[in-house]
Design a protein around this ligand. Structure first.
Ligand code: DGL
Length: 272
């Protein structure tokens, strides 16, 4: 078995969107080893019940513990919003971090007057985890939420610019701006950062956009340091990728989210 500090950090998402979080993790923690699981066979999580998402999330976490992970980053907003208690119960002893708390930190920092909009999947919006996390930090904040389910499909298809992306983003932001004038929009879904240019153009220059990837990476670095399990050895090891379906597609489409090439040979098919 590897030395405690040399063990990998486990990261999972319902699919490839969590690679935006892995990208931020690798940039902040270049010495760490990572194993990433995308549950591509069962995406989307965002339209499923909390019970189903919790069950799937625990299965993903168990598959990662088979790789001897030293901590788990839940790089899926929907799973972070509804499944953290189940994950903490299932992984007794292994530290778990979700992206919701990190996203709330980023939103509060970017909204001096507390006018915050959260765009996310239906599951995340209905669960209200972001509203609670923001209220815990800034009780006076005015938070509006907007579910944007089609944005996941656009991102998965690589339709991240052009007239179709413009139209869909415009439709959702119109619904949002009819209800509020936010100073900040939190991209509360792993898939949305790849659509950031369209969202920024549509929202206009007065609205700040934030996501949880960077703050989740900061929180991960802090937790590794606090627990004394940060990797001492330097060197940028290639991540290990696991997917529950379509490994070739994972490598091809995943590059959009990771912002770097993925060798299909490094993606292993797993059955949960
Ligand atoms: N990963 C999910 C999230 O961040 C989006 C995709 C899905 O619905 O599974 O909420």
């Amino acid at each position: 078995m590897a030395q405690a500090n040399d063990r990998p950090v486990g990261v999972f998402d319902s699919g490839m969107g969590g690679l935006t979080v892995l990208k931020a993790l690798r940039a902040r923690l270049p010495g760490e080893r990572f194993v990433y699981l995308g549950d591509t066979a069962r995406l989307p999580y965002g339209s499923k019940s909390p019970e189903t998402v919790s069950r799937y999330a625990v299965q993903c976490a168990r598959a990662l513990t088979a790789h001897d992970i030293k901590m788990l980053v839940v790089a899926c907003n929907t799973a972070s919003a509804v499944a953290l208690p189940a994950l903490e119960g299932a992984l007794a002893g292994t530290p778990v971090i979700g992206v919701v708390e990190a996203g709330a930190d980023a939103a509060v920092a970017a909204a001096p007057n507390g006018r915050i909009a959260v765009i996310a999947t239906e599951g995340t919006v209905n669960g209200g985890a972001y509203v609670r996390a923001i209220a815990a930090r800034r009780p006076q904040a005015q938070v509006v939420q907007q579910a944007c389910p089609l944005l996941v499909a656009l991102a998965e298809e690589g339709v991240i610019e052009g007239p179709i992306a413009d139209l869909v983003v415009r439709r959702y932001l119109d619904l949002l701006f009819m209800r509020a004038k936010p100073e900040c929009i939190l991209l509360g879904c792993t898939h949305y950062p790849v659509l950031v240019d369209v969202i920024a153009r549509t929202a206009g220059p007065d609205v700040a956009l934030v996501d949880s990837a960077e703050t989740a990476a900061v929180a991960t670095a802090r937790l590794l340091a606090e627990k004394g399990i940060a990797r001492k050895t330097k060197g940028d090891a290639a991540p290990l990728f696991l997917a529950t379906d379509a490994t070739e597609r994972f490598a091809r489409v995943g590059e959009i989210f990771l912002g770097a090439p993925i060798d299909p040979e490094t993606v292993t098919l797993v059955d949960l």
